[in-house]
Design a protein around this ligand. Structure first.
Ligand SMILES: Nc1ncnc2c1ncn2[C@@H]1O[C@H](COP(=O)(O)OP(=O)(O)OP(=O)(O)O)[C@@H](O)[C@H]1O
Ligand SMILES: [Mg+2]
Length: 264
């Protein structure tokens, strides 16, 4: 479903701020894979997701989504393959619009992105059914402005919007990091639900090692723009935080310094 072949990205080349953020990274994901991504600050995790989404073009290497070479495609031409959720609950939804309007816009993605024709009754029923899955009572607040929702509610809605078109790939960049632990757990539960329901291929960045271990069928660790650990199958199922710290130290020759990743 995703094939990344030896990609490189250097920011501000030739200046004092030159930074090699992706350094010959390769990653192949099968249909239905759920990969969690961990790594210290600046390891290149967000850069990897941006490279896939086409925020800018990579300097070298190839990116294929479901067999289509998207390496040279601009962001808007890749958007139809992708669903994305970011850390900030304020992004991803339109605050001044109602819940049903936001959902309708997500549904019309890739088509004429306008609500001029209005929202049909049948559509409204569909949204209600979808919102019920979240179990947040949003199905009874279809016309409420999204700006009035809590961060967790907004993030759950964003997830729904990002997945309702069944994207080839779901990209999650620390999408629960700004939420309190209970809400974060709930949004992660919703994530699992949407991924399973739509059989989505998913890449999820998290700072929380426990979450990285608990979710998905494969875990990768990034450092200096490269994958230094790739754990899957039975090994992934048996993995503990202690194992992971040990493996990190083995692979990198350094101690893991991010406390929140250990304690979170
Ligand atoms: N648009 C950009 N312009 C310049 N430098 C950038 C840009 N995006 C990322 N970088 C640099 O590339 C490196 C990797 O950044 P990235 O955001 O991918 O890290 P990360 O692994 O997501 O870290 P964090 O856990 O802090 O989110 C960093 O040194 C960062 O400063
Ligand atoms: Mg990041």
């Amino acid at each position: 479903m995703l094939e990344i072949l030896d990609i490189y990205k250097t920011f501000n080349p030739g200046t004092v701020n030159e930074k090699c953020a992706l350094n010959g990274l390769s990653l192949t994901m099968d249909d239905g894979d759920f990969v969690t991504v961990i790594g210290g600050n600046g390891a290149g995790k967000s850069t990897l997701l941006n490279a896939i989404a086409g925020t800018w073009l990579v300097d070298e290497g190839k990116i294929l989504i479901d067999g289509v070479d998207v390496t040279k495609l601009p962001e808007h031409k890749r958007a139809k393959y992708l669903g994305r959720v970011f850390q900030d609950p304020m992004t991803g939804t339109a605050a001044s619009m109602g819940i049903e309007e936001n959902l309708a816009l997500a549904k019309r993605r890739g088509k004429s992105r306008t609500l001029k024709v209005g929202i049909r009754k049948s559509e409204r029923e569909e949204y209600k059914e979808l919102l019920k899955i979240l179990d947040l009572g949003l199905e009874d607040r279809l016309t409420s402005k999204v700006g009035l929702l809590s961060g967790g509610q907004r993030q759950a809605l964003t997830l729904l919007m990002a997945t309702m078109q069944k994207p080839k790939l779901l990209l999650l960049d620390e999408h629960t990091a700004a939420l309190d632990p209970k809400t974060a757990a709930k949004v992660l539960e919703t994530t699992e639900l949407m991924v399973k329901r739509n059989n989505l291929t998913t890449l999820m960045i998290t700072h929380n090692m426990k979450d990285a271990i608990l979710h998905g069928n494969r875990l990768i660790m990034l450092k200096d723009g490269k994958i230094i650990l790739d754990i899957r199958g039975e090994e992934k199922k048996k993995l503990t935080v202690e194992d992971l710290l040990h493996k990190f130290e083995e692979a990198s020759g350094e101690e893991f310094t991010n406390d929140s990743a250990i304690l979170g």
